[in-house]
Design a protein around this ligand. Structure first.
Ligand code: ATP
Length: 438
């Protein structure tokens, strides 16, 4: 099936909007690649350029290794499925699916056979005689998929195909789509702003922000070792706790990471301590996912932080405690939709606090750059000091997972043990501090 390569692809629209900025990306034969990012980050523009519906301003698009910049869309062996797929209302389901085959002159007998095969693979074989108005949203989406599949394309391009459906149906269809596409072995580029969709469906995920590719990797790689602070903050629910830490090296013994009044100690024999030690006397960002934190007795040994519960969120299968540990959090802006913990009354207060901070000019010191890591886009890094307003600080509220409806309440003290091997470190430009690449 078709392979895709984007080489330094940039798209600048007539009004000067840089929608896609020097993107390099390969989609392998049969691979399910998900383009993930918030609204307006350039995902659809990438897809439309691959489809031939937009022309790149610069760079090259290769299909099966051949330059395709000037190839007309109809010659690209591509099938597209959109969020606002349009079925022909006056045609039956069967005729809708058969339509592309009729256009390309396939005889009625093989046409009927292919429509039946596709419809039964999609579980809509029993509604072939119905009109689209007689279908549920999920069935209509399956018909749109069927119409794309029936042409046996070399490449599927899917632009948020599930976003108009309710969450239950979305979960069901995403398993179906990824199963079906893998069975067919067709290379796929799938655009979404939904991280759950990306992490569950993708072979690899490419995360974009403001036209710039931030990270590319398997779901495990981008979640487990995010290349930038932005990716770290974007993926995961609840979002990764990102804390400002000062680094002090006690040579040959340990590295102290000071978080407000408290500290964590990275032993010298931890392979990452040498990389972090380069920042002696400086501030870095320490990332901790909720799964790296567990409640313990206040006097428990090991790497323990003491905090006080600001508020609790109950999610049925678990509760989340948000702890004040006297540290400073780094907030990465422009992450898209709210994650858990973002819709609480506390968040509204926080927004009010931010407004006050903006007015008073306090606590708005920019801290981290959000530019792409050098491995993704050379030369794209900017010191945060020249890049104000993207990230800001606020008192940290550390998200910690607890058992459902725990016996603690807001205001109670809570000690948490920190899994040091699960910490992430980022420099002031937002790039991962690490001891090597994946
Ligand atoms: P969404 O998820 O909301 O569809 P997206 O990540 O797919 O967003 P694009 O549609 O690719 O984003 O748009 C990227 C940027 O380019 C946005 O700032 C958008 O406003 C801008 N843009 C898109 N099409 C045009 C156009 N024809 N002229 C000018 N700017 C455009």
């Amino acid at each position: 099936m078709t392979t895709v390569a984007l080489k330094d692809v940039t798209k600048v629209f007539a009004d000067g909007t840089i929608a896609v900025d020097s993107v390099n990306l390969d989609v392998n034969d049969g691979e399910f690649m998900v383009l993930l990012g918030p609204s307006g980050c350039g995902k659809s523009t990438v897809l439309r350029m691959v489809a031939g519906l937009e022309e790149p301003s610069s760079g090259a698009i290769l299909l099966d290794g051949e330059l395709a910049n000037d190839l007309p869309p109809r010659d690209r062996r591509i099938a597209m499925v959109f969020q606002d797929f349009a079925l022909y209302p006056h045609m039956t389901v069967g005729d809708n699916i058969a339509f592309p085959l009729r256009l390309s002159g396939v005889e009625p007998a093989p046409r009927g056979e292919r429509v039946n095969d596709v419809a039964s693979a999609l579980g809509i074989g029993d509604v072939l005689a119905r009109k689209p108005s007689q279908l549920s949203g999920g069935q209509r989406q399956r018909v749109a998929m069927g119409r794309a599949i029936v042409r046996r394309p070399g490449l599927f391009l899917m632009d948020e195909p599930l976003s108009n459906l309710d969450s239950g149906l979305r979960a069901e269809l995403r398993a179906e789509i990824s199963g079906l596409v893998r069975e067919l072995g067709v290379s796929t580029i799938y655009v979404t702003h939904d991280q759950a969709e990306a992490l569950t469906m993708a072979d690899r995920v490419a995360i974009m922000r403001k036209g710039v590719l931030q990270d590319v990797g398997t779901p495990t790689q981008v979640y487990g070792r995010p290349a930038t602070l932005y990716v770290a903050a974007f993926l995961g629910s609840p979002r990764m706790n990102l804390l400002e830490a000062s680094v002090y090296v006690h040579l040959d013994r340990y590295v102290t990471l000071t978080l407000g009044e408290q500290a964590l100690y990275l032993p010298w024999d931890d392979i990452r301590s040498r990389a972090v030690a380069h920042y002696h006397g400086e501030r870095i960002v320490v990332g901790m996912r909720a799964e790296a934190l567990s409640p313990v007795a206040p006097d428990a040994p090991g790497h323990v932080l003491q905090g006080r519960i600001r508020y609790l969120e109950h999610h049925g299968h678990e509760s989340l405690a948000f702890l004040d540990i006297g540290a400073t959090a780094i907030v990465v802006d422009e992450l898209g939709g709210p994650a858990r913990g973002q819709n609480q009354p506390g968040s509204r207060l926080r927004r009010f606090g931010h407004a006050v901070q903006r007015l008073t000019g306090r606590a708005t010191v920019p801290n981290q750059s959000d530019q792409a890591r050098e491995t993704v886009r050379p030369g794209a890094r900017t010191s945060v000091l020249n890049d104000p307003g993207r990230h800001h600080r606020r008192p940290a509220e550390l998200a910690v997972r607890l058992a459902p409806y725990p016996a603690v309440a807001a205001g109670h003290p809570l000690a948490i043990s920190v899994r040091m091997d699960a910490l992430h470190f980022f420099d002031e430009r937002g790039d991962r501090i690490d001891v090597g690449w994946r």
